[in-house]
Structures are given as structure tokens and as C-alpha cells.
Design a protein around this ligand. Structure first.
Ligand code: C2E
Ligand code: MG
Ligand code: MG
Length: 732
């Protein structure tokens, strides 16, 4: 039963009776228009050739014999050819116009209109050949065919004018009009084929039948054109070609009846005639099914290239293309549209807690919400992970973002995720989609500086910041080469006696244009651009160079901590580089500590454990920076082995006011001691804090109470003058 049904579906498919997707229909339709291009070109060229032939064959003789004037002779012999030639050219131009990638291609539009007007003029002005003038009731069919040909050509031109003038009124309207044009064009060709062949079959000279049968080729050719080259669905081809063949057959039969004794169709010819019809049907089925297959494959590829697999939204590249087209094609006003960069708050938590599949389903829902809230006109894409990018009308966008946020929150009532959005209004002079998205993304990235706000529009003030980060990213190489990067040193002391046990090297950028820049300005920008490693390695170089100089001068040095960003580890082989630079300056490894922030450990792409092990094996100690600022602090301690835990300065922020501050700090320090980690508190600003930290067993202190970060010169001055007393035992 199943097999039978399959067979039936296949046959129906071959005949074109199955429903097609809109894409497949459009594909086949375009193929039709392309065939129309080819057919019309052949028609026009053929007619030019025929006019030239008539010229040399009849006209020259007729004119020189004085029988007709030149124009009389020309019209008598070539009027139909002119008509068809103009029809061909007009169709050719129309197809070009339809396929033109440029919307409203004015040049082509005018060309189509001009040729159609010439066609209309020819249809009405050229006398309907002598045969109409000398109407012969016996040749009624001939005359009807001729008038039909004129009428269809006239109708064709009128349709072309309408279709050309009203193009781009919607996909469906365009499609309907072009189908009408192509159908009437095909009809004209068929009527022409029948007329010519019928005229030949039934030609009578001196009272006797005088056919040469050659013109059947014209009829057959037109049938091939229309039935097979225009890709109708096969059942339509069969209907068209079938009725034309039957019609032509009966026309000839009726001629035989009205002219007894003149036999037009011998038995053998009828068999050939039917065989030809069957071949045509086969060809049309085969062309159709091949095109259909191509169309389906093309559709699959198109889906792959244009859709985001997970959410079904536009693929990112395709989104860019659509936005570029929209900007180009439509008269979009300044500020009328907005780019949004959206990120899901707490998506990582959601993914970690509830699993990857849940996360995927969640993102799918977010895509749906975006489409529903922003409406049809908005273009939406997912730019990897949980980032969505939108190009939408700017009016009312803030309320819409509000609604999106609410609905996203409702998707998971445990975690209550939200959205954070950066926006950039469309500017005419900034047509580059990529740059515009970057600006929206930038506005998003600095949202955290704006408190609890969840939407930030890129404006003048942000623009200044953005320019600065772009500057930083573009200038890092020069800054390194020209010595604009400087190292400041912040002392670290033992809590027990405040003797100096080390320093932390902190970078500063002294810029000829922007002046003194703090790391808060340039480090996030460099990290974002994956260039922070350049700065960090330069810092290591500076620190080592400074140490070497002091050592060479016979001075004393203290261990220095260097900060490394998380991205560094995935871009360069940090252990290798550290070993290379320290050996270059011959600095004993105990004088260098490597600080890695906790957030670095969250990056799954980096095999930090391996890098840490290699550094440790080579004698460097590794410090966990900013402990407590991330959300998986305790897991970090379990999974990685750090030598020192640096308590984030946030812990000390509410020291005087927050009741929980002290017990919390105490608990962390005790916990660290228990797992045999050494401890350091950052951001120590008061005596009270320092005393408390000492009392709970925090080994080292760093903060403004001891010293702000100072230049290397000031650090050494401090050591020399006894402001900083180096500890007798520096520890590890
Ligand atoms: P960090 O590594 O946690 O460094 C401590 C930051 O806290 C420094 O800020 C320091 O000046 C500041 N600080 C120290 N004591 C106090 C205090 O008592 N009160 C207050 N309010 N602040 C204090 P800075 O120099 O602005 O550096 C900021 C951050 O930039 C650093 O935080 C570090 O994460 C990063 N950084 C600095 N230099 C580099 C570098 O060369 N490479 C990398 N990757 N990051 C760096
Ligand atoms: Mg640090
Ligand atoms: Mg820190």
C-alpha cells in the first residue's frame, strides 16, 4: 500500500501536481524568464534574417521591375517579420528588466516601453496583409489566424507596458504580471507557428493543392519552445501542447473535408505527429523534474546560508546583506532605524545549571520573542552564543526592549534572566553595517558603568570613549615600540611588620594625544581585541629590564607580580614567552609572580591548567587575582592550584558600614589557610583594616595605606630612603 502511494506521489510529482515551496516556484519561474530571454533573442534574430532574405529574394526584383514601390514591396513581403522582430526584442528587454538586480532599472524600463510602443504602432499601422484586403471567404481560417496573431501581439504589448510600469508592487503582483506576459508571448508564438504551417499545408496554386510541407517545422519549433523551454508544470505543458496539436490536426482535417479530394495527412504522418507529441511531453517532464530537483537543492543551500540553524533567525552574514540592501533600496531617513546588540543576562548560569539542550531551547524562544515583539519589518540575527543583533524601526524601541526583557525573564522563573541592550541609531554617513553593529556592541559593553540600566544608546559621550578604545587598539604596537607603556609599582608588605615583600607591576600608557591613561581605559579594549598579550609581554620586558639594571648596579630587588589577561593564554604560549624573557635578562624565577584573574579560569577554550603547570615547573609562583569577584570562586580553588590568593578589594569596600564584611573576610582567609594557600588583601586603605587583616592571619597587604602605585624611580628611592623596608625573609 505504502509502495503504491509512493508510486502515485512520484507520478504526480513528475507531472508537476505536487505543491511546491514558494522558493521552488520562484526558482522555476526565474528559469522561465531566463528561457524567455533566450527564446525572444532567437525569435528576433530569426526575423532579422528573414527580412534580409526576403529583401534579396523578392524585394530587389519587384522594385527593379517597377511592379511595386519600395515600401509597398517591403510591407507585402515582410510585415509579419517586423511584427515578430519587435515582439522578440520587446520580450528580450522585458525579461532583462525583470531579472535586473537593480530595482527600477530606468534605462531598461524606457527601452521596454519604447519597443512596446513601436509594437503597438506596427500592429495598428501595418496593413493586415493583402489577404485581408482581398478577403477570400474560402480562406476564413487563414484570416482568423492572422487577426488572432495581430490581436495577441497587441495584447502582449499592452500587458508589457502595464507590467513594466507597475513592477515592484509586491512579489506576488510581479509574479502574476510576468506570468501573464510570458503566457501571451507564448500564445503569439504558437498562433504564428500554426498560421505559417497552416498557410503552407493549405496553399493552393492555380486551383490545385500546392503544399511543400516544410513549414510544419515552424509549427513544431514553436511548440517545442512553448511546451518545453518555458518550464510550465508538465501537466500544463501537456495541456498546451496537446490542445495545440489536436487543434492543428482538426484544422487540417476540416480543410480536407471542405476541400474534398485534397488529402493533407497521410497515415504515416499522423503516427509521426503523435510520436512527436509524446517526445515533447517527455522532454517537458524531464526538464521540469530536473529544474525541480535543482530548485530543491538550491533551496536547501539557501536555507543553510541564510538561516541560523538554532533559532531559525537570519544567519549573521545574510543579515548583513539584508541590512545593506534595505539601506540601499529604501529611502530610510536618518535615525529612523536602529541597530541593537543584545545579550542575555545570566545565560551562562542557565546553561551551566540546566544543560546545553535547555540553553538551546531557551535561545530559540528568545528568537521567537524578538520576532513577535519587533514585528515583521525588523531584521534579526544571532551573532553567536547568546548575542542577538537587530536592525529595526527606532520608534518605540525602548518600550519594546522593556517588553522583551519581561518576556525573557518569564522564560525561566528560577534564574530570571534578562536582557542587556546597546543601541546605535542608523546614520546615513555610516552605512557600513559592521561598524554600526560594533558601536551598538560597544554601547552594550559599557552598560555596566551605568548602574542597573539595561539599555544604552550610543551617543556623543560614548562616541568619545569609543574613539579612544579604537585609538588604543590601533596604537598598541606603536605604543610598545615608542616606549609609551610604563610600569608603575605598588608595594606589597607583610601584615605582621609591614616590611616590603614584593611589588605589583601595573601598566600606565603615557600618550602624546590623550595624556596619562589608566589601565581601566585601555585594558578592556585590548582584551576585547585580543591584543592584551602585547601589553603584558611588554610589561614583563620592562620589569625584567629594570631588575637587570638594578642588579647590574649592585642594588637589591624584590619579587614583582605581573598581570596576565585571560585571552593571552589562548593567543600566545605564555609559559614559553615568560621563560624566554626572564632568561634573556637572566632574572631568577623566584623574583616573578604571575597574576591571573579569576575570570580567566572561566574561559573553557583555554587550557590554563597546562600553562600553570609549566610555569610552576619552571619555578614561577602563580597568584589568583581578584578572588571573590567572579561567581565560581570556590570551584576555582578546588580545581586549580594557586600559591597565593589575592582577596578582591570589593571585600574591604563596606568594611566600616557592612556588618557582614568582617566575618566574611575572616572566613575566606581561614579557608585559604586551611587549604595551605598564602593570602594577600588588596585595597587596604585604613589602619583599622590592616590591623584586622593581621589579626585574622592574612599574610600580606597591598593598598593605598602602604602606598599608591609609584614609578620605578620612586620605588627605588623609597627603598633607599627607608620608606620601604625590605623584609629579611621574602618568603616564596
Ligand atoms: P589589579 O591587578 O587588581 O590591581 C589593583 C588595582 O587596584 C590597581 O589599579 C591599583 O592601583 C588599585 N589599588 C591598589 N590599592 C588600592 C586602594 O587602596 N584603593 C583603591 N581604590 N584602589 C587600589 P590599576 O593600576 O588602575 O589597575 C587596574 C587593573 O588593571 C588591575 O587590577 C589589573 O587587573 C589591570 N592591569 C593593570 N596593569 C595590567 C597589565 O599590565 N596587564 C594586565 N593584563 N592587566 C593589568
Ligand atoms: Mg593584579
Ligand atoms: Mg587585583
Amino acid at each position: 500500500m505504502g509502495k503504491f502511494r509512493n508510486g502515485v506521489t512520484r507520478v504526480l510529482g513528475f507531472l508537476g501536481l505536487r505543491r511546491n515551496s514558494a522558493y521552488v516556484n520562484a526558482y522555476i519561474h526565474k528559469a522561465n524568464i531566463r528561457s524567455g530571454l533566450f527564446m525572444s533573442a532567437v525569435v528576433a534574430i530569426l526575423e532579422v534574417w528573414l527580412v534580409i532574405r526576403q529583401h534579396t529574394k523578392y524585394i530587389v526584383d519587384e522594385v527593379s521591375s517597377g511592379k511595386y514601390s519600395y515600401f509597398d514591396s517591403l510591407f507585402r513581403n515582410t510585415s509579419l517579420y517586423w511584427l515578430l522582430m519587435v515582439l522578440g526584442v520587446s520580450m528580450f528587454l522585458y525579461c532583462l528588466y525583470y531579472l535586473s538586480s537593480k530595482k527600477n532599472n530606468k534605462g531598461l524600463m524606457i527601452a521596454v516601453l519604447v519597443f512596446s510602443s513601436i509594437g503597438v504602432a506596427l500592429c495598428t499601422l501595418i496593413p493586415l496583409e493583402n489577404r485581408i484586403k482581398n478577403y477570400n471567404p474560402k480562406r476564413l481560417v487563414d484570416t482568423i489566424l492572422l487577426i488572432s496573431l495581430y490581436a495577441t501581439i497587441l495584447l502582449y504589448h499592452i500587458l508589457v507596458v502595464i507590467a513594466t510600469l507597475t513592477k515592484n508592487k509586491g512579489i506576488k503582483a510581479d509574479w502574476l504580471q510576468s506570468v501573464a506576459v510570458i503566457t501571451i508571448f507564448a500564445t503569439a508564438l504558437l498562433v504564428f507557428g500554426i498560421k505559417v504551417s497552416y498557410g503552407d499545408f493549405t496553399s493552393i496554386k492555380n486551383g490545385a493543392a500546392n503544399p511543400d510541407y516544410k513549414q510544419i517545422i515552424c509549427f513544431l519549433m514553436m511548440s517545442i519552445y512553448v511546451g518545453c523551454l518555458l518550464i510550465w508544470r508538465p501537466y500544463i505543458s501537456i495541456a498546451i501542447v496537446g490542445s495545440i496539436f489536436l487543434g492543428f490536426y482538426f484544422l487540417l482535417k476540416s480543410f480536407e473535408i471542405t476541400n474534398p479530394g485534397i488529402r493533407q495527412l497521410p497515415e504515416g504522418d499522423v503516427v509521426n505527429y503523435i510520436t512527436f507529441f509524446i517526445s515533447l511531453v517527455m522532454v517537458s517532464v524531464s526538464i521540469y523534474s530536473q529544474r525541480h530537483l535543482e530548485a530543491e537543492k538550491d533551496e536547501e543551500l539557501e536555507i543553510l546560508a541564510t538561516r541560523d540553524k538554532l533559532t531559525g533567525l537570519h544567519a549573521f552574514e545574510y543579515f548583513n546583506k539584508l541590512v545593506a540592501e534595505k539601506i540601499k533600496d529604501e529611502e530610510i531617513k536618518e535615525n529612523e532605524y536602529i541597530y541593537l546588540f543584545m545579550d542575555i543576562v545570566s545565560f551562562k548560569i542557565l546553561n551551566d545549571q540546566k544543560g546545553f539542550d535547555y540553553g538551546n531551547r531557551f535561545l530559540k524562544h528568545v528568537g521567537k520573542i524578538l520576532t513577535e515583539v519587533l514585528g515583521k519589518d525588523a531584521l534579526i540575527t544571532r551573532q553567536g552564543d547568546d548575542h542577538f543583533v537587530v536592525f529595526a524601526k527606532s520608534e518605540g524601541i525602548e518600550q519594546e526592549i522593556e517588553i522583551i526583557g519581561e518576556r525573557v525573564k518569564e522564560l525561566d522563573l528560577d534564574v530570571k534572566p534578562g536582557v542587556k541592550v546597546g543601541g546605535y541609531l542608523f546614520r546615513k554617513k555610516e552605512e557600513d553595517t559592521h561598524n554600526s553593529i560594533e558601536k551598538a556592541r560597544y554601547a552594550f559593553s559599557i552598560l555596566k558603568e551605568y548602574g542597573h540600566q539595561h539599555y544604552l544608546l550610543y551617543d556623543q559621550e560614548i562616541s568619545k570613549k569609543y574613539k579612544l578604545i579604537q585609538y588604543v587598539v590601533s596604537q598598541i604596537d606603536d605604543a610598545v615600540a615608542e616606549g609609551r607603556i610604563q610600569a608603575y609599582y605598588q608595594p606589597v608588605v607583610f601584615s605582621k611588620d609591614r616590611t616590603l615583600c614584593g611589588v605589583e607591576a601595573l601598566s600606565r600608557w603615557v600618550d602624546p594625544k590623550y595624556g596619562f591613561l589608566n589601565p581601566g581605559t585601555f585594558i578592556p579594549a585590548l582584551e576585547d581585541a585580543q591584543l592584551a598579550y602585547k601589553l603584558d609581554l611588554e610589561m614583563l620586558e620592562i620589569v625584567c629590564k629594570n631588575m637587570r639594571r638594578v642588579l647590574d648596579e649592585g642594588g637589591v630587588i624584590v619579587p614583582t607580580s605581573i598581570n596576565f589577561s585571560r585571552a593571552d593564554f589562548s593567543i600566545v604560549d605564555i609559559p614559553n614567552e615568560v621563560i624566554r624573557i626572564t632568561s634573556k635578562y637572566n632574572i631568577p624565577t623566584k623574583y616573578l609572580h604571575i597574576e591571573i584573574t579569576e575570570s580567566a579560569l572561566l574561559d573553557e577554550h583555554v587550557d590554563l591548567k597546562d600553562a600553570m603547570n609549566r610555569l610552576k615547573e619552571n619555578g614561577f609562583s602563580i597568584w589568583l587575582d581578584d578572588f571573590g569577584s567572579g561567581y565560581s570562586s570556590f570551584n576555582t580553588l578546588k580545581d586549580y592550584s594557586f600559591d597565593v590568593l589575592k582577596l578582591d578589594q570589593e571585600f574591604l569596600k563596606g568594611f566600616d558600614t557592612n556588618q557582614k564584611s568582617r566575618p566574611l573576610i575572616k572566613a575566606v582567609i581561614e579557608m585559604a589557610n586551611q587549604i595551605k594557600m598564602r593570602t594577600l588583601a588588596e585595597g587596604v586603605e585604613t589602619e583599622e583594616q590592616a590591623e584586622f587583616l593581621k589579626s585574622i592571619g592574612c599574610e600580606k597587604l597591598q593598598g593605598y595605606l602602604i602606598s599608591k602605585p609609584v614609578s620605578y624611580k620612586d620605588l627605588n628611592e623609597g627603598i633607599k630612603t627607608g620608606k620601604f623596608v625590605i623584609a629579611s625573609d621574602l618568603g616564596d
